[in-house]
Design a protein around this ligand. Structure first.
Ligand code: MIC
Ligand code: SF4
Length: 643
C-alpha cells in the first residue's frame, strides 16, 4: 500500500490499534521535550510514577518561558528541573540557551523519529521530517517512562506547494494563507503534509515556521519531507550522520488536498484576535503601529534575524514605535554577534531581549493601552500580550521590520529590493549551555531540589455514580487555554502551585468563577465549538479539577485539551444536538445519572436539566483506555491501578 509520509512514520512506530482515521492508535515515542512552564508539573508526575531513569532515546528539558525572575518562584522551578535532569537521565538546556523548539531543531531533532513535547508548538520538528506532537505534561511523563503515546488516527491533508515565493513574501505568509483557508478549527483530527515542487525552494527554518504554526490550525501535526535541503541543514549543524531521506510513497492517497501557488502569495497578517483572521497587509492599509516584536518559536531563526538586520541596517526605528527582538537561540544570537548583524540591530534602536519566549507569553513587553502591535509570533488571542485592549497582528519578520521603520503597517514590497540572505554552510556549534545526562551509576546521591512554591499534583477522585451539579460557567466558541488558564508574568510563576494558580482560572471571562466554584464544591462547564484551542498547558485541566469541575459539556473540543481533561479525570462530553447548547443557562442544575454505568456499558449518555425539566443526549466517544482512565480518576490513578 502506498503511504503518505505521516502514515509511514506512524506505521514505523505503531504499537497498538489500526490506522483507520478516527480510531485510537498507540505509538512509540523516541524523543521528548519539556519547557519550564509545563515542565515542573510533568516532572512531578514523572516522579509520582517512580521510574528511576527516562527510557527514551533522548529527553530534553528546556528553560525558556519563565525567565523573568521577579521573585524566587521561577528560579526555584529552574533549579528543580535541573536536579530532575541530573537524577533521571535528561539533557538540560540552561536558561539563556534559547526557545525549546528552535534549539531542538538545531541540536536534537532527527528526521524520521517521533517526538512529543509539553508544548503545543512541538510540531516545529516536522520541518525536518519528524513526527512531532504537542501533548499534556502527563502524556510526556508517561512517554519518558517508556510508555505508549495514544492519539486518534488523523486524516491526511496534502498541501501542495507550487512555484516559488516572490521577493519580500515569506514562509509566514504561506502558513497565514493556510490559516485563512482552513481556519483555527480546520486542522482538527488531521495531519498536514507539505508536498509539491515548491517544497525544495524552502529552507529548513522556513519549513519550521510553517509546521510550527500548524498548531494554530488545530492540526495533530504538520510535516515536510526530509530531503537534500534537510541534509544541508543537518550538515551545517554538524549532524549529517543523523540525516535520512523520507517522503511519501508514489501514489499516496490523501483525504483532502489544497494547492498553493507560492508565486501568487503576498504579505499577509492575522488581525486581532485570532490567527485565522487573515487579510493582506495591503488591504489592512497603513494603520499606525505602536510596537513591533520579532522572535518566538515561529520566527527567530538566524535566517529571520539576518533579514531583519539587513532591513534595519543604517536606519533608525520610527520614534513612535518600540521594536523588540529576541533571537531564538544562543547559536543564533552568537552568530548574529559574530557577523556584525547584532550591531546593526542595536544601532537601529532595537530593544534586544534574551533568547526566550518573552513577549510571546506575556513575559514583559506588554504594549501600551489600545496599542497596535505587530508580532512575528503565532498567537494573538485577546489579552495574551498582557494588555487587554491591545490589537496584535501576526506578520512576517519582513513586514514587522519594515513597519518598525515607517511607523505604519507597511507592505514590504514597497521598499525596493529585498535583502538576499543565504544560510551559512556551517552553524557555530557550542553546546556548552546544554548539560548532558549523568551516567546512571552517579545518580544515586543526587538530591531533588524543591522550592516552597512547588506543590504536589492535585487530589483526583474515581468517577462518581451520578454527577449532580450546577452550571458554573457558560462560554462561547473558540475558547482558548489562555482564557481558561491565563499566562503572563504575574501568573506563570504559579505553574507549580495548582491551588494558587486556580485563583486565576477563567478570570478573563468571569472574575467570579473561582469563588463560585469554591462555594459550590462541584460544577459543570458548558462551552461552544473548538473548546480549549491553543496551548498544551494541562493547568487548563488541573485548575478546573482543583476547583471541583466534574464535567465539561461542549459542541466540540480541541485535541490536546480533551486529552488533558481525560488525563485529569474530568469528563469531556459533546452535545449530540448542538442546538441544546442554547437551552442551558448559568446556574441550571444538571444531572448525569448513572454515568459510571453508562461509560462501562456504552449505554447512551443523557444529561437532565432539572431547572428546565429537559433532557439532552450527549456523546462520549471514548476508547476503552480512556473509559478506564475516567473511571479511575485520571491517568495517574489508571497507571497506578494497572502497574
Ligand atoms: C504557549 O505558546 O501558549 C505556550 C506557553 O508555549 C504553551 C505552553 C504553556 O502554556 O506552558 C503551549 O503552546 O503549549
Ligand atoms: Fe514560547 Fe511563544 Fe513558542 Fe509558546 S508560542 S513556545 S510561548 S515562543
Amino acid at each position: 500500500m502506498a503511504d503518505t509520509l505521516a502514515q509511514k512514520l506512524i506505521r514505523a512506530h505503531l504499537i497498538s490499534g489500526d490506522m483507520t482515521p478516527g480510531s485510537e492508535i498507540g505509538i512509540k515515542i523516541d524523543q521528548t521535550l519539556t519547557q519550564d512552564a509545563t515542565g515542573t508539573m510533568a516532572y512531578l508526575e514523572f516522579e509520582a510514577m517512580g521510574i528511576p531513569r527516562v527510557k527514551t532515546e533522548r529527553s530534553v528539558a528546556y528553560i525558556d518561558h519563565n525567565t523573568l525572575q521577579s521573585g524566587f518562584e521561577n528560579a526555584d522551578d529552574h533549579r528543580y528541573i535541573q536536579s530532575i535532569c541530573k537524577k533521571h537521565g535528561l539533557y538540560f538546556s540552561r536558561p539563556g540557551n534559547g526557545i525549546c523548539h528552535q534549539v531542538h531543531l538545531e541540536r536534537f531533532g532527527i528526521p524520521g523519529k517521533t517526538l512529543i513535547g509539553s508544548d503545543s508548538h512541538t510540531p516545529t520538528g516536522g520541518g525536518i521530517g519528524m513526527l512531532a506532537f504537542g501533548a499534556g505534561g502527563l502524556d510526556v511523563a508517561v512517554a519518558m517512562g517508556g510508555g505508549t503515546y495514544y492519539i486518534t488516527m488523523p486524516k491526511m491533508v496534502q498541501v501542495e506547494l507550487r512555484g516559488k515565493l516572490q521577493p519580500w513574501v515569506a514562509a509566514k505568509d504561506i502558513i497565514l494563507e493556510v490559516l485563512r483557508r482552513m481556519s483555527v478549527k480546520g486542522g482538527v483530527g488531521k495531519i498536514i503534509e507539505y508536498t509539491g515542487d515548491g517544497v525544495k525552494t524552502l529552507s529548513v527554518p522556513e519549513r519550521a515556521t510553517i509546521t510550527n504554526m500548524g498548531a494554530e490550525l488545530g492540526a495533530s501535526t504538520s510535516v515536510f519531507p526530509s530531503d537534500e535541503v534537510t541534509r544541508d541543514f543537518m550538515r551545517a549543524q554538524g549532524r549529517e550522520q543523523d540525516w535520512v531521506a523520507i517522503g511519501p510513497d508514489e501514489g499516496a492517497v490523501y483525504d483532502e488536498s489544497i494547492v498553493i501557488d507560492l508565486s501568487e502569495l503576498q504579505p499577509l497578517a492575522a488581525c486581532p484576535h485570532s490567527p485565522d483572521a487573515v487579510k493582506s497587509v495591503k488591504e489592512i492599509g497603513n494603520i499606525k503601529v505602536d510596537q513591533c516584536c520579532i522572535g518566538s518559536c515561529t520566527n527567530s531563526s538566524l535566517l529571520d534575524m539576518l533579514k531583519v538586520a539587513a532591513i534595519l541596517k543604517g536606519k533608525t526605528v520610527h520614534p513612535d514605535v518600540s521594536l523588540s527582538i529576541a533571537p531564538g537561540s544562543k547559536q543564533v544570537y552568537n552568530m548574529l554577534a559574530e557577523c556584525g548583524a547584532l550591531a546593526d540591530l542595536i544601532a537601529a534602536g532595537a530593544r534586544i531581549l534574551e533568547c526566550a519566549c518573552g513577549p510571546c507569553i506575556g513575559m514583559g513587553q506588554s504594549p501600551n493601552s489600545g496599542a497596535v502591535s505587530l508580532r512575528t509570533f503565532n498567537r494573538n488571542f485577546e489579552g495574551r500580550s498582557g494588555t487587554a485592549d491591545a490589537g496584535v497582528y501576526l506578520v512576517s519578520p519582513e513586514t514587522a521590520a519594515v513597519s518598525a521603520l515607517t511607523g505604519v503597517m507597511t507592505d514590504p514590497r514597497t521598499m525596493g529590493d529585498a535583502p538576499a540572505i543565504t544560510l551559512p554552510d556551517s552553524f557555530m556549534i557550542n553546546d556548552n549551555m546544554i548539560i548532558p545526562p549523568l551516567p546512571e551509576e552517579q545518580t544515586a546521591d543526587v538530591e531533588i531540589l524543591r522550592g516552597p512554591n512547588i506543590k504536589p499534583f492535585p487530589q483526583t477522585h474515581p468517577l462518581v455514580e451520578t454527577i449532580s451539579a450546577d452550571v458554573l460557567l457558560k462560554v462561547g466558541d473558540n475558547i482558548t487555554t489562555d482564557h481558561i488558564m491565563p499566562a503572563g508574568a504575574k501568573i506563570l510563576p504559579l505553574r507549580s502551585n495548582i491551588p494558587a494558580i486556580s485563583e486565576h482560572c477563567f478570570t478573563r471571562c468571569d472574575p467570579q468563577f473561582p469563588a463560585r466554584c469554591k462555594a459550590a464544591g462541584n460544577g459543570i462547564i458548558i462551552g461552544g465549538a473548538n473548546y480549549g484551542q491553543g496551548s498544551s498547558r494541562e493547568h487548563a485541566a488541573l485548575a478546573p479539577l482543583y476547583l471541583g469541575i466534574q464535567a465539561v459539556v461542549v459542541k466540540s473540543f480541541a485535541r490536546i485539551h480533551v486529552a488533558n481533561l481525560i488525563n485529569a479525570g474530568i469528563l469531556p462530553l459533546t452535545f449530540e444536538n448542538e442546538a441544546d447548547y442554547d437551552k442551558i443557562d448559568l446556574g441550571d442544575r444538571l444531572t448525569l445519572p448513572n454515568i459510571r454505568e453508562a461509560l462501562k456499558t456504552g449505554a447512551p449518555i443523557v444529561m437532565n436539566n432539572e431547572t428546565k425539566n429537559e433532557s439532552y443526549p450527549l456523546i462520549g466517544g471514548f476508547s476503552e483506555r480512556q473509559t478506564a482512565m475516567l473511571l479511575a480518576g485520571g491517568l495517574l490513578d489508571y497507571t497506578r491501578e494497572n502497574s
